[in-house]
Design a protein around this ligand. Sequence first.
Ligand code: CTP
Ligand code: MG
Length: 392
Amino acid sequence: MSASAAVIIPAAGSGSRMKLGHPKQFHMLAGLPILIHTIRAFLNNPNIQRCIVVVPIDWLEEARKLLSQYDISLSNVTITAGGRRRQDSVQAGLALLDDSIDVVLVHDGARPLASQDLITRCYLAACQHGAAIAAVPVKDTLKKVDSDQQITATIDRQGLWQAQTPQAAQLQLLKKAYLESGGEDVTDESSLLEKAGIPVSIVAGSETNLKITSPEDLILAERIMQNNLNPQMRIGHGFDAHRFATGKPLVLGGVTIPHTLGLAGHSDADVVTHALCDAILGALGAQDIGHHFPDSDARFAGIYSILLLEQVIEHAGKNSFCLGNADITIVCQTPRLAPHIQAMRETLAKTCRVGTHLLNVKATTTEKMGYTGREEGISCHAVVLLESRQHN
Ligand code: CTP
Ligand code: MG
């Protein structure tokens, strides 16, 4: 059986070197708060069962709001208040872990670019060796400098490594190291383990696993995210059909089309927008439109379905996905849709926040075969590709 693991994310610092006026971990990076990127990286890792996020005491409420805003469930994430030093914050997190956890990873809230591979390797190394940290070999020549900016020595970089996080250890070893530490100032968990005589091994970290420390790190991190070293894609399919009805306007792809008949349905019965919503929800693994906007709910009676699509796109964004492209096929014997295709594309593309060229709409008849051919109604297929903005 594999060892159960928790992560403690210390995010209770003030970010004084960033000079932002607020703690850097709450600053936006590529559309999401830095801390949300960090938390998601760990929640996405199958080895991690629990997540403790340690924030400044006066940010507790804001942190809870952010989790709910970004659809992170509080069922396996606990938020708690930190202390004056980083090690005090980690200790506050440790106090919440009981013996059901075998391995604990500590990871800076301000380090949003840790890859899944790195998290897994740190976890496995701690399972095997007791304690292990991510680190990278020092690349540049090291100088010792005095307070007058004068070099006083050159230090041999042979065998020198820069410590990063995750820093992983078997829970009992880290608790022991804390108990024995006597409160001396340290800047990482490994220092405590080393002082307690516990061997700590190195896991190859990455230069892109940077800790946002000074303003230029934010620019670098943004570039790395944009480059998206490991993009994720999701495919989805949606299908919908509605029966013709009298006394209703015909709305397709958000566009009202002159016709003697409309479509029956609880909302505006926009079969095209519904198929697109279902394709996006499908790609997200988030069930279907009926689940999110039930036709038993009066709030959705007669609603303009483009408003539902707006919410679906927002849901995708909260999960770090945006629309890559969509291809839609409307199956309709009559009316003729060719004159309205461009307007539909523009309305749907604008709602999905993509260029019109990325949202294709086409229409076909079924040569009078089947229910659409007999003009009983209209059906629609949509396929989408979603792209991740996550760096994982
Ligand atoms: N941290 C913490 N509790 C503290 C101090 C730091 O939880 N009392 C966290 C930070 O929020 C950060 C990580 O430890 O996620 C690494 O610390 P650092 O990069 O030094 O962040 P800050 O202390 O916030 O920044 P600065 O040193 O520039 O003030
Ligand atoms: Mg600090």
